[in-house]
Design a binder for this molecule. Sequence first.
Ligand code: NAG
Ligand code: NAG
Ligand code: NAG
Length: 398
Amino acid sequence: MSMFVFLFGLWTLSVEGLRNNVCNRWSDYSNKDFSPFCFYNPDVGANSIQLAERYNYQIQTHKVITEDGYILTVYRIANSTTSFGIGLQPVFLLHGTISSSEIWMQNGLESIPFVLANIGFDVWLGNTRGNYNSPSHADANITPMEYWNNTFDDLVKDVPAVLDYIAENTNKAGEIVYIGHSAGALEAVAYASDRPEHAKKNLKAIIGIAPAVYLPKEQFMVNLVRLILRFNLVKFDIKSNVFHEICTTNVVTISLCRTFVYLLFGNSRIDDPAQFIVTVRTFPDRVALKPFVQYIQFADSGEFKKFDYGKTANLMMYGQETPPKYDLGRITVPFHSFIGASDTLVTEQNCLKLHNELNVENSLRVIQDYDHISFFTANNTHDMFLVPLLKLMERLRT
Ligand SMILES: *[C@@H]1O[C@H](CO)[C@@H](O)[C@H](O)[C@H]1NC(C)=O
Ligand SMILES: *[C@@H]1O[C@H](CO)[C@@H](O)[C@H](O)[C@H]1NC(C)=O
Ligand SMILES: *[C@@H]1O[C@H](CO)[C@@H](O)[C@H](O)[C@H]1NC(C)=O
């Protein structure tokens, strides 16, 4: 009997895996297994290594240890005809929060890391401490309470560790281009203002894609985070394909899924229905919740500053009652942004505020109809995002 259940389980799993799972039209998701507009896409749920191999790219796994002992997984990519370490200019890509390196590699051969590798860049992909790709710590006895006890200021320590590692392994200090999405850009801004000399030594430029530095007080995602924080959890960890399930089950759940995602990220209506499902499948990745306490502090105060522990503890931590601000005027590295006109989390107004505080060369490009994740999901990413990004990368070539 148990053998039968086991075999039946295997059979359902294999059938599940081969069924059509993405569709070119929203209306077909309710009939995805039989509609000719739907197809099986092995990218759905695939990890970085599988994605690279599937598109015939070479991928190396590197481990980087931060000053506070977190072990990060960093992937390095080259195309099939290029050897690693031949002196190409490095580019480092960092995902946003509750995400992972996979998000960059899900647009097939048009994925940014693959395209950059083909035009002569040495491509490195980061994974923030604690996500499913970077679960380890140098201290094997660290308790979960300690492991997840990270403010945003702590996780910014990932950045210099990875940049030092890349600079050392490529001999290209000063030439690295940093591309960060959302919180991945926020970490770059915090690092570059906190350690301007280190940043100048290593980076050629920072490109922020929807850089979430100044956040709105009232926005669906911001309010949802406030709600989640009331549960006093140390981490957010629902490893499941919950989005994929909801977003592909039937017309009702699909409509709910789209409404929810648009409430989170902005109301873009130009998503490619097949691409949208591949991208949301990466969410949510595992993440510490303490940084979110700090993101809410950013949203409430309108200031980008160190963690606010309260007056007394601040005095002990910082020698002053209020936490010190990240002074964007100290940034010494050119900063270029791409934002979406329909992004409710990172608005044009808030991004302008960030740019107005910079004393370095900077540029801001607003893409019509894009929300917070359209850079990965829109039906026109080639023309509206990839082409201008590559043009900028050509300018930043050393
Ligand atoms: C592979 O990458 C190298 C180095 O960037 C480049 O010269 C070559 O054209 C690429 N090959 C393809 C097929 O794009
Ligand atoms: C978390 O970190 C703070 C500040 O570094 C420290 O005061 C606190 O005791 C830590 N809590 C735990 C559970 O390790
Ligand atoms: C993208 O989607 C929008 C909304 O469905 C549609 O009007 C537009 O024609 C699509 N563009 C492309 C290039 O498919």
